[in-house]
Ligand binder design. Structure first.
Ligand code: BGC
Ligand code: ZN
Length: 368
């Protein structure tokens, strides 16, 4: 079959090539891939900064934001039938599971021995087919097909918001106002999930980008552009105290600004990956004092488990119902697999770029 692969840690090694067809083992299903979303992690892998091939292979099939259709079901694969549409969960527990992996909370793995499809030690989904056990596949209704490729990034947001709520259950908590830093897919999806709860949402983005402002305003949130407002206490005086800040840019200095900007009893959630080695001078006494005297929390979050994907499916439906069309507008471009390199060129007019794999019209069509 055709697949987009890299030689891990080798810059610019991304290529479309032939690889052996995956064979489903008993208990697994064969999935035909329809499309795959790309994100910053894929860019890092293609630039050779990240990524790990499966044991015994010298290449890694990339792609972790998937949407596909079950093609074959083997004996022992319960709960799925040919024709079902599925999104795959990314992370797999470590071989000798730590206590979190053993409890299916692989997103909280303690020892770093977990694997991630398309990222770390396991092939991904930017190929014609993959095989997987039903435990790691989440079914989506046919009505969600145009937007279901957003489920994986949404699962990251679901985990973040679930933890915000759990941590804040330390008190009587009635959040009024949230700020999302960064209007990429994670920032905008976080804005949507918070808006579903009728929290006032401000999306702070580095520049004026029409599509991002449009999506923000469509969900009844406020778009703030860094070119006009710096992220400081004057902005806070204008909009009021912040109960939640979700950092989704990966620009690490903003994480420290957020600790200063968050309101009393508030919570800062860090989701951005910063691959660099930036250093910073910070007002340490001031930050520490404010954190203590105002019961502030800062936490980081990565990945998601099955519960978060399932919450995401429900939210995709709710978002579609409340703001019809807004999710589709986030998918700004689709490219055929032959043009996957074009799909990696990011522009300010884009939110999510997706690569499509030629999909036969008939569901019955089998592999050659
Ligand atoms: C993926 C996560 C993954 C993380 C770190 C993100 O792009 O969405 O599932 O855990 O990268 O590898
Ligand atoms: Zn683990």
């Amino acid at each position: 079959m055709r697949a987009v692969v890299v030689t891990p840690r080798e810059q610019g090694s991304g290529r479309l090539t032939e690889v052996p067809d995956p064979q489903p083992q008993p208990g697994e299903v064969l999935v035909r891939v329809r499309e795959v979303g790309l994100d910053g992690t894929d860019v890092e892998i293609l630039e050779g900064q990240y990524g790990e091939a499966p044991p015994g292979d010298d290449y890694l099939i990339i792609g972790h934001e998937s949407l596909g259709q079950v093609q074959e079901v083997t004996a022992g694969a319960e709960g799925l039938s040919p024709g079902d549409w599925v999104v795959a969960i990314v992370r797999r527990p470590d071989p000798l599971p730590c206590r979190n992996c053993a409890a299916d909370e692989w997103d909280m793995c303690l020892n770093g021995q977990y694997t991630e499809r398309g990222i770390k030690g396991r092939h991904g989904f930017l190929a014609e087919f993959y095989v997987e056990a039903p435990k790691f596949l989440v079914r989506v209704a046919e009505g969600l097909l145009p937007v279901a490729v957003l489920l994986e990034p949404l699962s990251i947001v679901e985990k973040a918001v679930e933890q915000i709520k759990r941590i804040q259950s330390r008190m009587v908590w009635q959040p009024q106002r949230a700020m999302v830093l960064g209007a990429g897919p994670i920032g905008l999806l976080a804005g949507m999930v918070l808006r579903l709860e009728n929290i006032e949402v401000h999306v702070y983005n580095r520049s004026e980008q029409k599509i991002k402002r449009d999506v923000t305003e469509s969900i009844g949130a406020n778009y703030i552009c860094a070119e006009e407002h710096s992220f400081d206490h004057e902005l806070e005086r204008e909009i009021g105290p912040l109960d939640i800040i979700v950092e989704a840019t990966g620009f690490s200095p903003l994480a420290f600004d957020a600790m200063d900007m968050i309101g009393p009893n508030g919570i800062v959630c860090l989701t951005g990956v910063s691959g660099g080695s930036r250093t910073l001078q910070i007002p340490a006494d001031h930050l520490n004092l404010e954190m203590v005297l105002m019961n502030k929390v800062v936490f980081g979050t990565v990945n998601a488990n099955r519960r978060h994907f399932e919450a995401g499916v429900r939210h995709l439906q709710e978002i579609e119902a409340r703001w019809p069309g807004v999710l589709s507008r986030m998918i700004t471009r689709r490219y055929p697999i032959e043009r996957f390199t074009d799909a990696l060129q990011r522009s300010s007019q884009d939110i999510k770029r997706v690569v499509e794999i030629a999909f036969p019209g008939t569901q019955e069509q089998k592999r050659e």
